[in-house]
Design a protein around this ligand. Sequence first.
Ligand SMILES: [Zn+2]
Length: 70
Amino acid sequence: MKIQIQSIITCPQCGYRKEEFMPTNACQYYYECKQCKTILKPKPGDCCVFCSYGNVPCPPVQEGNNCCKK
Ligand SMILES: [Zn+2]
């Protein structure tokens, strides 16, 4: 199974989409929208901004791990 490390984040505030690289060994909890400067945080139950707003889940979740939910 191939792990994707790129994800397109869609800002829930303004709808701006940006392709970002995901860190493979950590979760990214905060993300600043490049357009409206809103600081995005994960939705309840999600481990990182990529799982909440990206088109692919973060690499640890793709591997079947629970990421930072320790
Ligand atoms: Zn935005």
